[in-house]
Design a protein around this ligand. Sequence first.
Ligand code: FEO
Ligand code: CA
Ligand code: CA
Ligand code: CA
Length: 598
Amino acid sequence: GSGHGNGPSGLKFTPVAPNKLDAITVPAGYDQSVVVRWGDPVVPGAPAFDFDNQTAAAQAKQFGYNCDYVTLFPMGKDRGLLWVNHEYTDEVLMFRGYVDGNAAPLEQIRIALAAHGGSVVEIERAGKTGKWTLVTRGSRKYNRRITAQTPMRFSGPAAGSALLKTAGDPTGRNVKGMLNNCAGGTTPWGTVLTAEENFNQYFVGGNGVPEDQKANLARYGVSTTAAIPSGSRRFDRVEERFDLAKHPHEINRFGWIVEIDPFDPDSVPIKRTALGRMAHEAATTTIAKDGRLVAYMGDDSRFEYIYKFVSKDRYVPGFDRHNRGLLDEGTLYVAKLTGDSPAAEIDGTGKLPSDGAFDGSGEWIPLVSGTRSYVPGMTAEEVLVFTRVAADKVGATKMDRPEDMERNPVNGAVYLALTNNTNRTAAQLDEANPRPSNRHGHILEILESRNDAGATKFAWSLPLVAGDPADPSTYFAGFDKTKVSPISCPDNLAFDADGNLWISTDGNALGTNDGLFVMPLAGRERGFVRQFLTVPFGAETCGPMVTEDQRSVFVAVQHPGEITGATPDNPSSTWPDGDQPRPAVAVAWHKQGKKIGS
Ligand code: FEO
Ligand code: CA
Ligand code: CA
Ligand code: CA
């Protein structure tokens, strides 16, 4: 069976139980293994990992830290390029005796810069199983490390803007590196879109910027009173550009969607300014009915917004030179959601309104189109660089931390993970964000008008309000709650070819490890959430990525062992090697080669 029509989903595995094990657990009949770990050689000639003698030069050639987004670019059935984001570094776990960025040896700061970014690694699948491994011999000509120091360029309407100019780059067109790349997406022409998320944490000196720049800085989560915010990695001790008091525009050069061509290791990554600047979680592309390219995007902070970009021109299959300009010209929209039930029925208990659903209508409000701003008092460049400020002005809907978005390949519906928002008060509820102090998050389903991703109107509902199913505020699309798995803090989403939604979690507030879940969206099993996998202690689950043939599912195990008080001399996790914890990408498969979820 498949996810089509009214039949069963075809998902038959026995869910794994919530646990706190320091291991990946998978259902009976499945197996899993590590594909690539922090420190593994990526570029030919990279030295073997040596935890106690790590260097920046070695790290720049090895797999980076805290892997997040994972995608596979096939090169035939059993070979491909794996792209992986390296979101951030946890120095407390990376270095013995680490105190803080102020005291850190400069070499440790340089290692951290090199451990950010992303990796391209060639992988292969052996025989009939779904197991993938690193290609360790041969030319590996595509293998590449991108770091916080890799030369990149800007394109689109804000490239060359005064807002992007610095002493180091008087053109406003060239930038060094990318930071905090969380999730991402791919383009139809075979490139990766990687999303710079919490870039605000890398800068100091916010107290020293010119007064007229402080409001925008604060809107992006940077302290304008502290010289050195607590917990700073002090990148400025290695590179002065991270000191805003000296280089106030440097931060405007982060917070973008970055396009990288994995098949051209010499290509210069491109920060696409037409897609706006925010704490970008990801960018998921699809094609509108008239052929225009659409990118859905969440801004992952509390009370932030949902965006989409629609290109001016159509996508033309095979016309590569044309297609590679699509992300530079188009319209950036922000979402406004209106509930259809009386406000009094959104009472904070999570109880469904009398019409039986948290649902309503929505509109995509245009913010900017090329050099034309739709926002009073802001130029197009200002809208693109300070997108949050523009969205505030047009009355967009403040959401409970918009994370990953995905479009269902079977029926075209669009899904967004809203991970949590413990700051939402009872006075701030709306039908799309109906729980106060939302600890467990929910999932939003968007049905674009006429099922056209280019539409400016949509309908929406909440098919999942997460948590312990025994909690009366939870909702599993009406499915029998005695049968579902508890789920908390949805973050990354992926679809399999049958239209089942795979959900990975970050920060499980139910007290057990994070994991990977699957939720059918069609037929009588709509809402039947089952846990497929758990990750080791202290980790969040990223990726996920189900291969097109559904024989393998990749997950990134981000920050294993990251709990308060854990250090290399007192680790809380020894995954995966029985030694220091190492963030890694893993793959799971059915031992008899069956479809994932069988
Ligand atoms: Fe880096 Fe929004 O998770
Ligand atoms: Ca309703
Ligand atoms: Ca995420
Ligand atoms: Ca997250």
